[in-house]
Design a protein around this ligand. Sequence first.
Ligand code: T4K
Length: 414
Amino acid sequence: MNADQSLYSLLHTPDGPPAFAEPLHVGRPNQGDREALFARFTQALDRNWLSNDGPLVREFEDRVAAILGVRHCVAMCNATVALEIAIRALGLSGEVIVPAYTFVATAHALQWQEIRPVFCDIRPDTHNLDPDCVERLITPRTTAILGVHVWGRGCDVDRLAEIARRRNLTLLFDAAHAFGCTHHSQPIGGFGKAEVFSFHATKFVHSGEGGAIATNDDELAEKTRFMRNFGFAGYDNVRYLGTNGKMNELSAAMGLTSLDKMDVFSQGNRENYQQYRRVLAGLPGVSVIDYPAAEQHNCQYIVLDIDPDACPLTRDQIVWVLHAHRVLARRYFFPGVHRMEPYRTEDPRAYLSLPVTENVVQRVLVLPNGSAVSAAAIGSIGEIFRWAFAHAKELGARLPASAPPGESFAGTAS
Ligand code: T4K
């Protein structure tokens, strides 16, 4: 859908240009100290050792394991490959229960290995797996439950662990969002058989591209170390089917430099989170999801819940307005993994058993956060919201109620 010029002048407050000269992205990397980064690059270059279990990767693993309070951290090239390796090393097969409300990589890591992801509904208050639904989906082919700590808020770990124990299933977690977060005051990382983290550029702590398996299981750690290196257990000795999942030294340098600033990033994120709550307070139908006060949290994601019964604009109309101002808000994880290929073709009726997921994907809006986002920028975003809500009648009549797909959407607005 193309919006005409007058529509865009209508969107710009107050009749002026977009609020931001440059796009404000969800997922701009948190930047660590450049001198420290370049010093580590120099070390790696001086050593002439750039990959294959190098000293910076080892240091990164040791520091991550210490932060998570686990026996082992096995660093990988990204979280998707780390998930694939964990799934294979754990010997999963048949069916694995996963949320449909997640980034598509969670399901792909299973399907890639011809394991069927069985999509499970979530709880509206946590956006995480609903244990009652999990229980209903178990069949004789089920081998595991793969929970996702969405937005870094812990799954109902206790109930999932109880179900897994009682039904003899493996429990593992996709903790891509949850580095630096606790659940019941324990660091996320030590739950289930293994937890997988992402250190992608958009994550709270990042190594450009990167991921890791955290586990307290010695055997699993050893096996996944071999598997990330083609299965080699020394020269000429291949012990397992393997792949190339290695983290390289330059990524580890970036990861270590990011870890150095972890506390600064989380403090900045938390201040931004509180600032967002202040500037959006009182807008009808708009709430910023809570992070439990009793837990540590990285606050990397600013997640809005837009209540269609109370908000004068649809969630997607708000996206139109924000994109027109170059605030590239995201509808994570629209439209739900069950509506993406190949899953949609395999089970076109999956949505019927996912009512909460179906509802949540229509309501969620993620706003920019991280060290690239200033308090002043958040103030301007608040003004855009207030202006749009004050003109909701006119905007609501002119803007399409739903958004066109990603590419053209972002393209039109920039
Ligand atoms: N499980 C879960 C639950 C996950 O959320 C993810 C990844 C994974 C598993 C897999 O982890 P990895 O294999 O990636 O380690 C982004 C991230 O790429 C993805 O890592 C993340 N989750 C997901 C939630 O968000 P996209 O496709 O939505 O956005 P992307 O990568 O195009 O980046 C978003 C925006 O960030 C860009 O529009 C611009 C900005 N950006 C991005 C990069 C990479 C920058 O400004 N600079 C940059 O360097 O997936």
